[in-house]
Design a protein around this ligand. Sequence first.
Ligand SMILES: NC(=O)c1ccc[n+]([C@@H]2O[C@H](COP(=O)([O-])OP(=O)(O)OC[C@H]3O[C@@H](n4cnc5c(N)ncnc54)[C@H](O)[C@@H]3O)[C@@H](O)[C@H]2O)c1
Length: 379
Amino acid sequence: MTQKSVRVGIIGGGLMGKELLAATRRWDALVDHSVRPEVIALADPSPAVRDWFSGAGVSNIYEGYAELLANPDVDVVYIAVPHNLHEEIYLATIAAGKDFLGEKPFGIDLEAAKKIVAAVQSSKVFVRVSSEMPFYPGAQGAINYVKSGALGEIVEVRAGFLHSSDLDIKKPINWKRQVKFCGAIGVMGDLGMHVAHVPTRLGLQAKSVYSILDKIVETRVDNQGNQVACDTFDNAVLAIKATSSSQTREFPMFWEMKRIAPGESNSWYFTAMGMNGGVRFSTRNPQVLERFTYKDGEQSWIETQPGHKGNWPVITGGIFEFGFPDSLLQMWAAFFAEREGLLGDKFGCARVEEVLESHKVFDAAMKSHSSHAAEKLSN
Ligand SMILES: NC(=O)c1ccc[n+]([C@@H]2O[C@H](COP(=O)([O-])OP(=O)(O)OC[C@H]3O[C@@H](n4cnc5c(N)ncnc54)[C@H](O)[C@@H]3O)[C@@H](O)[C@H]2O)c1
């Protein structure tokens, strides 16, 4: 198959910027994808990051993002920078007329997200939001089961992302643990879009939120050995009243976002239970998808093994385990196909309206934290 070449620039070459370069280097694992992305540019103020990308063969290396945006050879940008820089850099990228995949959470708060989304909507640029976990085959199976209507009347939905990233109290401070860089929404900014993506895509709409936001570790060591304030929320549990497009009765939906979840490593899960059926999936055990039915007075669970059968076929055998880098490859495959108008009926990357919806929930959660009461979502 002839593949269209797309030249990519990365702004922010840290953890996630490097993952994109690695994903493009595994692109040949995809069978017959219509696009071939190549990372041709990187902008990052860190000399060590610039050296890494230069060593990996990326030819246009910049200290400042404006130079990358001015490069006419860059077709698509991936922006993976701290949250306090989202608003400035996303708006500059839109003004430069470049398509991009933006990292969540689209700025430090609801106001920043509104500005970015309004600018996207009044432009012609193609923009999607990074959220790779729903691309696990088991997650796709869960989504399709809910979409089939097999659940009947929805009783309860649970979605969460449970990290152990901050379990070690000796782990040094970084920008994700400081309000001035991460935003006051803390862990909701880090993990929230991952949790919001599937419920929002399924048309489950939050109406009100009661939150429990928890700061567990108050200080961490900096690179000079001083204890400094670690002032973001580590964990957030939201009790939401929601409706779905098929029913107006409000039902409970629980979102859990935790950087300190003892016993978990990087578990993303989605569970939805209805009067006729249910489904549960967790990346803790990616080889298990459980589907439930209630028929003729009998409750039964069926376990299937989703294997490696993602939306975008790969050379990897269907029986093999699926993991985090595979979900990134599938997400990027969806992004580049959709940009060409070739997504078809496959699951697409998170949309800007969906990230805005997630910010409205986090905003209500912040208000609930202050009022100690359930708060309705604002418009
Ligand atoms: N999708 C996911 O699974 C996932 C995982 C982790 C982080 N993220 C998101 O990705 C984004 C980046 O997180 P990360 O973990 O890669 O952070 P990181 O700290 O590892 O990398 C951020 C990079 O941005 C660079 N940077 C800082 N200022 C810059 C500027 N003005 N111009 C260009 N680059 C600049 C830093 O030097 C650093 O290399 C955040 O929005 C975060 O929420 C997403």
